[in-house]
Structures are given as structure tokens and as C-alpha cells.
Design a protein around this ligand. Structure first.
Ligand code: ADP
Ligand code: MG
Length: 270
């Protein structure tokens, strides 16, 4: 039914993997004393799908935004494929990094096509129509959605447009901030699977923020758990499911596990 990867954008190299991302002692403090991110050092290998999990306020969004320089860290450094991200112009950097906003972030007064093509226009592309159609196909939306306004779309469709926009300039690194947060569970599950398939097909490096541990376990290769600005666990899903990763991670894993048990008991008629 659902083949989000039937069309691959032009020029995309599907064989090699996305870039590595290395954070070294990244800290972000806000005036007033909040330390949103506190000395994070982590290395993400090229091609990995990483989930960044943690409760609200743990610093996930702040950390994600330091990678595309929407936020400048107070201390520490970040390199993509070994190159310091502040060595180049931040707008150029952002064209190489897809970013899906926490609250979708489509411009309400622009059509779907105009929203998708924003990055392309910034690159001087005058007639991105064919490319927009291709991108809509990539996220499994009909081409005639191009002329619709965002408020004429469902939440899931809007989020697909957000993903199409993020992929427009053919980035190899995709950052997503709670991309499925506002969606119903069925749409959420479908879109999660679609994104994972896109990641694999396009050979991306993906860092996805979520507060949902079940989603992280099901989609990611590696799960980073954040608490009070720090990475407190770093493990593959299977290790987390077998009890590794420490107390904070296990507290999050306990939620879906407990739900599964209760559902199992219900099914068994207990
Ligand atoms: P998360 O995405 O995990 O919910 P955030 O990264 O948004 O967390 O926020 C981490 C902490 O930083 C929170 O305590 C939040 O209140 C604080 N914070 C975020 N943005 C700002 C800001 N612009 N000014 C001051 N404090 C902020
Ligand atoms: Mg957030």
C-alpha cells in the first residue's frame, strides 16, 4: 500500500551513507542560569538513525538546533564529516542539513509547492515544479496537492510536506524535532515507517527527537537518552530492552513494556 521510496530524487547517491556527526563538550546556557545542554560529547557514525529521547525540558531541541546552528553553543564544538560546522557560512550549512520542525512549521500563507520549494528558491532555482512533484511523490502525497494551502491538509499530510521540504536540497543529514508529536497513533506509526524507509533508501544520517521511547526503540539504530541537559544513556534498542542503559533509560522503557504486559493480560482474559 505504502511505498514512500518509489521515487528517489535526482542526483541522490543511494549507495554511500550520510555524514558522521561529532559533538564535543557541547554546552548551551541561557541568560538566567538555565543550562539546557550540559557538556554533551557524542559521535554519530554516518548512516545511523539515532533517536534522541527524554522528557520535556531535558534539552533535546536545544541540542538538535546546535547541529544546524539555529542555536550557537556556549561552549564545545561540532563537526560534520570531520569539518567544524562554524568553518562555513551557516546558511550554506543549513542547505546540507534537512530540518523538520517540532510543530511542523509550514508557512500558512504559502501553498504546499511554495513551502516545499523554499530551500530550492534560496538556491536560485527558478522553476522547481518538477522537483516539487518528485518530492511530493517521495513522501507519498499526490502531485495535485502542490496547489493546496496547508490548512487544507490533515496533520499527517502537513508533516509529510514538512519532510518533503526538509529533503528538497538533497541533504544527507536529516534532523527531526518530534516530527510525529501532533499526530494520531495510526498516522504516526505509518509516517514513522515511511521515514525509516526513506532514511535507508536515501542513505541518510538521521537524528530524530522524540519523547516516545516505544517509537525510538522501533525506528532507531541507536537511542540516546537525555536528562537535564546530559546524555545519560547511549544504547542500541535491543540492549535497552534487555535492561541495559541505566535507571533513567529503564524508567522510559518501562512505560511501553508495562503497557504491553497489560494488553497481553487483557487479551488472555485475565
Ligand atoms: P526539550 O526539547 O527536551 O523539551 P528544550 O531544549 O526545549 O527541551 O529546553 C531545555 C531547557 O532550556 C528547558 O528548561 C527550557 O525551558 C530552556 N530553554 C529553552 N529555550 C530557552 C530560551 N530561549 N531561553 C531560556 N531558556 C530556554
Ligand atoms: Mg523540544
Amino acid at each position: 500500500m505504502f511505498d514512500p521510496v518509489a521515487i528517489v530524487p535526482h542526483n541522490v547517491r543511494v549507495s554511500d551513507s550520510g555524514p558522521s556527526v561529532a559533538l564535543n563538550g557541547v554546552t548551551k546556557s541561557y541568560p538566567g542560569g538555565t543550562v539546557a545542554v550540559d557538556g554533551v560529547t557524542v559521535e554519530v557514525a554516518g548512516g545511523t538513525f539515532v533517536a534522541l529521547v527524554g522528557s520535556s525540558g531535558s534539552g533535546k531541541s536545544t541540542l538538535l538546533k546546535t547541529i544546524n546552528r539555529l542555536i550557537e553553543p556556549s561552549a564545545g564544538s561540532i563537526a560534520i564529516d570531520g569539518q567544524a560546522i562554524d568553518a562555513e557560512d551557516r546558511f550554506r550549512l543549513r542547505r546540507r542539513i534537512g530540518y523538520v520542525f517540532q510543530n511542523i512549521g509550514l508557512f500558512p500563507h504559502l501553498t504546499v509547492a511554495e513551502n516545499v520549494a523554499i530551500g530550492l528558491r534560496l538556491e536560485g532555482e527558478k522553476n522547481p515544479r518538477a522537483r516539487v512533484a518528485e518530492l511530493l511523490g517521495l513522501v507519498d502525497l499526490p502531485a495535485d496537492f502542490a496547489t493546496r494551502m496547508p490548512d487544507a491538509l490533515s496533520g499527517g499530510q502537513r508533516q509529510r510536506v514538512g519532510v518533503a521540504r526538509a529533503l528538497a536540497t538533497e541533504p544527507r543529514l536529516l534532523l527531526m524535532d518530534e516530527p510525529f508529536g501532533a499526530l494520531d497513533p495510526v498516522t504516526r506509526d505509518q509516517l514513522g515507517g515511511a521515514i525509516r524507509a526513506l532514511h535507508d533508501r536515501l542513505g541518510l544520517t538521521t537524528i530524530m527527537v522524540t519523547h516516545d521511547m516505544a517509537e525510538a526503540l522501533l525506528l532507531a539504530d541507536r537511542v540516546l537518552v537525555m536528562d537535564k541537559g546530559r546524555i545519560v544513556a547511549d544504547a542500541v534498542p535491543r540492549a535497552l530492552l534487555t535492561g541495559e542503559g541505566g535507571a533513567a533509560a529503564q524508567a522510559l522503557v518501562a512505560v511501553p513494556r508495562e503497557q504491553m504486559k497489560r494488553l497481553g493480560a487483557l487479551e488472555a482474559g485475565a
